[in-house]
Ligand binder design. Structure first.
Ligand code: EPU
Length: 422
């Protein structure tokens, strides 16, 4: 069944939105079950289709899953596994499935994961995932569309320098190194809060990781990890998306649980746009009581830079700014697909390579639009909230990959949005 979202634009959003657990932490956190035979309990897990896809893969591999996602809780246990092969159908649905490669090869001595191939936002190579496992002693072959990793005698620590920052590449390497013999140093590691939290989670399981949150992470391998109970932190990208919902509709929202410091550069940008941002004891208040939104240029970068995962949503805001803004996407080569759809809504955007030049217009106009990927869909919903008239966002399944209860959260703040099943 296909679903669409119908949006009547022009209603300012007022109220509170509870920020859910972070998708991009929940995914690697779930995978840690492959590293121990004890139980892992995770709380504040977002109820998302990406989470469900990963659980299906783990179930296929033979992990025991007690899922209470309606209450955001998961219990996972992997005493043993029945397969070490992640087939194409799982990996195709969600690239983050590649995260099972490191944990399986380090604990079970072998792993095979279907090659993810390209995806909507770019080629997204996994060469660095492969190279780091090789440097830890795994023998890797590419066979029949699968990456096959063997390490029958286990992995051995090493110094690994990443030529570029990779989030899941760093996570895969950390999870492989925690059970390797000796010491691994990851240099130019990702410093995203999700990577830091994953290390904290692994340390509660008995891992010996230091330097998380900096670009040099040191991992002293241990023989065994044990179970734990761990709470998933709030999703900074979901929070940023709702911040723009407040800004673009000239409303006021309290984003409950939002961690300000995870979005510092983003919030600084919004302040330059003329939006009021206030840190409170339980979250962040976003208010736009200016008629005009200042155009401010941005350029995406790894953390703490302006997140690529907020670029599309920010572009929606810039389509109704009071001038010209330049938006440069530096992480992915094909992450400007929302431009064509925003243009259908009356936006004035020119693309030159990985740069979009956005000239603010007085008003966006409702239209039928097509979601192409997760964050692009979010940008179309935001544009629809601000547009005059009715917008219909098709291919809603993209949105459900990363936004828990988005229609309900928006409705409770006064948005006129409806999910239609066709
Ligand atoms: N790259 C390589 N080789 C590799 C790995 C990455 O060339 O082996 C390149 C990529 O092609 C890209 C750049 O490095 O150009 C950065 O990619 P990265 O590996 O950091 O991305 P990722 O780990 O695949 C995670 C998030 C993405 C987010 C990016 C960047 C998860 C599950 N996914 O992806 O989230 O955009 O980091 O911050 O953590 C989303 O939530 O919508 C999303 C796409």
């Amino acid at each position: 069944m296909l679903q669409k979202m119908q949006i009547e634009g022009g209603y300012p959003l007022f109220g509170e939105i509870n920020i859910s657990g972070a998708k991009n932490l929940a995914l690697p956190a779930i995978v840690t079950t492959l590293l121990t035979d004890n139980e892992i309990t995770l709380t504040n897990v977002p109820n998302l289709s990406d989470v469900k896809s990963l659980l299906e893969l783990l179930e296929y591999l033979g992990c025991y899953i007690n899922s209470d996602l309606n209450n955001n809780k998961l219990k996972l246990k992997t005493a043993n596994i029945s397969s070490t092969e992640a087939p194409y159908d799982f990996v195709r649905k969600m690239r983050a499935s590649i995260l099972v490669l490191g944990p399986m090869v380090t604990r079970f001595g072998r792993a095979s994961v279907s090659f993810p191939g390209g995806c909507a936002i770019g080629v997204r190579s996994i060469d660095l995932h492969i190279r780091t496992l090789q440097l830890l002693g795994a023998e890797i072959t590419i066979d029949n569309g699968f990456i096959k990793a063997y390490a029958p005698n286990g992995l051995t620590g090493n110094d690994i320098t990443f030529p570029i920052v990779t989030v899941t590449g760093t996570e895969n390497s950390i999870m492989a190194a925690v059970l390797a013999r000796g010491i691994t140093r990851l240099i130019n590691a990702a410093i995203e809060p999700e990577v830091e939290e994953l290390c904290i989670l692994l340390n509660t399981m008995g891992a010996k990781i230091t330097g998380q949150g900096t670009s040099v992470i040191t991992i002293e391998g241990v023989k065994k990890l044990h179970g734990t109970v761990f709470n998933i932190m709030p999703d900074r990208i979901e929070a940023g998306t709702y911040a723009i919902a407040a800004a673009i509709t000239h409303g006021k929202l309290l984003l409950k649980n939002c961690i300000y410091k995870h979005l510092e550069i983003f919030f600084n940008t919004l302040q330059l746009n003329g939006i009021t941002i206030e840190k409170t004891s339980n979250g962040v208040i976003i208010e736009n009581n200016n008629e005009k939104i200042n155009p401010i240029d941005i350029s995406t970068a790894p953390y703490p830079g302006f997140a690529t995962d907020l670029q599309a949503q920010y572009m929606a805001l810039m389509t109704i700014s009071n001038g010209i803004s330049v938006i440069k996407e530096n992480l992915f080569e094909n992450r400007l697909m929302h431009v064509a759809e925003l243009t259908r809504m009356g936006a004035d955007i020119k693309v030159n390579g990985n740069t979009a030049i956005v000239k603010g217009v007085q008003n966006l106009k409702g239209a039928q639009v097509m979601a192409t990927d997760l964050r692009a869909s979010a940008s179309l919903v935001l544009a629809g909230l601000a547009a005059k008239g009715t917008t219909v966002v098709n291919r809603l399944y993209h949105l459900d990959r990363g936004y828990e209860n988005i229609d309900k959260k928006l409705q409770q703040c006064g948005a006129q949005v409806n999910r239609i099943t066709v």
